[in-house]
Design a protein around this ligand. Structure first.
Ligand code: NAP
Length: 358
């Protein structure tokens, strides 16, 4: 399958450069933006019987369900439109109200518009900027004020809406944050009413820097049982500054499920970490346990109880997962001894190189 892996696109803090070095990447997204609009898929609304906890998304005041929709999977897996419609409508029916996407998740933005554009009032829409480079521009253009504003206009067109709730800078480095153009672009878009709030999406030193800039309303970052760097490094600070916090990769790609090295290279790093972490609940036959004390339940509940986390955006291409995952959140936080065991094991095993995955 002709598929650009996410790991290639967003590796090691050089996300934009990597994305843009993929031949034809900029051209293919530019072509995608020009596709004619298709009619929204109309689907009956079947409200399900799961009540998801809501949290106030930091200083934005938005009320967010703790389980959100991660939009990269549908783009990179090139999920067909009928399945996306089923998936997204099932997510809203299960009570999710955050839909997160990005300028570079292939056709994700357009697919979201087709599938649930007619239910726009039912969800908060989050997208990202920085990795879209049109023909004739170089990679640094994506982080300029001009580049950010152009990318937001393109996203609004693809999403078929006049505004989104949040635009996030998509994992740039500290130097790019220091240059300032990308932040100015977001602030200008906010003034123009194209986004209600602005945020940074990323990890490591750049997330620390972003939190301390005091310009953002929100932070999206990797937090999970196999990626705990941010828990001490910047989450307490993000909480103190009342940022809305989105946990990305919240169930560590469920990488414990593979017996051998995963074929999907995006899942390899966490799979390797699980081989060393050897959490009892994510090893051997325990991996098949369903429910809140199975690996997905424990992973999701762990993420949702970290400092300041408001919403965990899980990626999936399977519609039935939403009500399943929503039900898992209802068990609430892990017991203190379960939480301590996971944190202690990380501190005991994790080498310095186990940094936040972008
Ligand atoms: N730099 C950035 O801004 C950035 C980077 C990475 C991710 N993100 C965002 O974060 C979102 C989520 O990240 P992610 O998809 O990488 O990680 P994730 O949510 O931790 O893991 C997704 C994987 O978990 C599986 N899964 C979901 N529910 C499951 C269940 N109940 N049982 C077993 N497996 C289950 C899915 O497989 P199935 O298809 O089989 O369900 C999928 O392969 C993305 O969609 C994107 O929006 C942002």
């Amino acid at each position: 399958m002709n598929r650009i892996s996410r790991r290639t696109l967003l590796s090691s803090g050089v996300g934009a450069a990597a994305a843009l070095s993929v031949p034809g990447f900029a051209r293919s997204v530019a072509r995608a933006a020009m596709q004619p609009a298709e009619k929204s898929v109309d689907r009956p609304v079947e409200k399900q019987n799961v009540k998801i906890e809501h949290r106030t998304f930091g200083k934005t005041g938005l009320s967010v369900a703790v389980l959100g929709f991660g939009g990269s999977e549908i783009g990179y897996e090139r999920t067909d439109d009928a399945t996306v419609a089923k998936l997204l409508n099932a997510a809203l029916d299960a009570g999710l109200n955050v839909v997160d996407t990005a300028e570079c998740y292939i056709a994700s933005e357009e697919q979201i518009a087709k599938a649930i554009g007619h239910r726009r009032k039912d969800f908060h829409l989050f997208t990202k900027v920085g990795h879209w480079i049109p023909e004739g521009k170089d990679e640094s253009w994506g982080w300029t004020k001009e580049g950010v504003l152009a990318s937001i206009d393109r996203s609004l067109q693809r999403l078929k809406t006049d505004h989104v709730e949040l635009v996030q800078i998509h994992s740039c480095r500290v130097e790019q944050l220091k240059q300032g153009g990308c932040v100015e672009g977001l602030q200008e878009a906010q003034k123009q009413g194209k986004t209600r709030f602005i945020g940074y999406s990323g990890d490591r030193d750049a997330a620390v820097y972003a939190v301390n800039m005091d310009v953002f309303d929100a932070l999206q970052t990797s937090v999970n049982i196999a990626d705990q760097q941010g828990i001490d490094l910047f989450l307490p600070q993000a909480k103190a500054k009342n940022l809305g916090v989105v946990a990305k990769r919240p169930i560590a790609n469920a990488a414990w499920r593979y017996n051998d090295t995963p074929g999907n290279d995006y899942h390899v790093e966490y799979w390797k970490r699980f081989q060393k972490l050897k959490f009892p609940f994510a090893s051997g036959d325990a991996r098949n346990v369903q429910g809140p004390d199975g690996p997905v339940g424990i992973a999701l509940r762990f993420t949702l109880q970290q400092p300041g986390v408001h919403v965990a955006i899980v990626g999936t291409s399977k519609p039935e997962r939403w009500s399943e995952n929503a039900a898992l959140t209802q068990a609430g936080p892990l017991k203190p001894e379960q939480l301590k065991a996971i944190r202690d094991r990380w501190k005991e095993v994790a080498p310095q190189e186990w940094v936040g995955m972008t």
